[in-house]
Design a protein around this ligand. Sequence first.
Ligand code: ADP
Ligand code: MG
Length: 457
Amino acid sequence: MEEIWGQACIKLEQSVGPNNFNHWIKPLRLTALEEGVARFASPTRFISDWVSRHFANDIMGELSRHGQHIERLRFDVIPQESGEPRPASEKGASRPATAKAARNASDAGRPELGAPLDPRFTFGNFVVGKPNELAHAAARRVSEGGPVGFNPLFLYGGVGLGKTHLMHAIAHDYQQRDPSARVLYLSAEQFMYRFVQALRESTIMDFKGMFRNVNMLMVDDVQFIAGKDSTQEEFFHTFNALVDQGKQIVISADRTPAEIKGLEERIKSRLSCGLIVDLHPTTYELRLGILQSKTEVFRQQQPDLQIGNGVLEFLANRITTNVRVLEGALQRLFAHASLLRREITLEVAQECLTDILRTNDRKISIDDIQRKVAEHYNIRLADMMGPKRARNVARPRQIAMYLSKQLTNRSLPEIGRRFGGRDHTTIMHGVRKIEELAGEDSGLAEDIALLRRQLEA
Ligand code: ADP
Ligand code: MG
């Protein structure tokens, strides 16, 4: 069965194109072929839904060509790390690249030492704006090869601002210009893992040899090796050997070399020799640009996708932390739209993304909540903090407590202080009470939903 699928995959990659193939079909695993049904394990519902709508005929056709009579595809959603099309370094686990990942890497002509590159992380897919234009220009420059004039290129910036994306883009580009070049990309964590493994297996000379043999070395999230002394030592030697040979090095971190605590001084100074550029936090314009570009890509695959007026603007406005979260929100909306075949209106977006919007929202304060609730129930703001126990005052107060717990990051004791110095158990009681009542009383539930929407708008 594995062989049949393997052969079908080769053909499918040609018929649907490598991009589609890597995105949608590669994450699938064929688990059974029986009675005209091909059964697959898919890492997400989104992928299986997509595949069954767009590639089902291709897949059935290919399987039939291999002597299987298939009339239907079935998918079981099995969240599974090795099924994900993401590079190993993105998973954040302390696990090394899997055997599968290593094989992928060598399939593409890269040495096995590295992590696979995400085919989506290209310059073409990178939206340039004020916050990242310098980093982008530097990355472009390095990807062109030749006498660049800065080594290493050190990219830094907060989580989800595009460091890994730019590094993969450099690797893709560089490799494309010179297919025989050996580009090695890996996370600092994987570097350490390989190093420790080589020590354990007494293959340290091979390890050194492999690293010193590349044309370009890219180490992602280098802050990871801070405080790990022998790994730092080895990194330092590798680094020096490559720079001495005029090989290009690209490093990323979440802060500048000088700011990485527990990193040796000599490494800091070597890292600072080249060009240090940062990715600034995104601006509204950049976020909107990214959303538009991703929507465009999606629309090419699904032309009937309908996004209501102002939805993208709303997201760009409200999700300000990082691009990964922004992308996740958009993916969820797309999934929603394609499953329900419904236009994504502002309301649908708000509803579908409540959790993301909530954690992204630093703007709603307990003050706002108290004011809004007092206004809604027509009581005095002072009664929120005051001691009155009459139901017409106490109930709105509890609603405000409940919303404060739901919509802010404040702890119960902090909320208690803001409600006239009440004990945290009183707040907890209030929150529970409202949860309970809202479950029975749909009028109250609607009231709360309305208040919440107004506060979040
Ligand atoms: P970092 O490595 O800085 O934590 P990533 O490079 O992994 O961040 O980016 C997070 C996600 O956001 C990726 O899916 C990436 O493609 C996307 N992304 C970040 N910046 C941009 C951009 N300027 N244009 C398009 N996508 C972006
Ligand atoms: Mg990264």
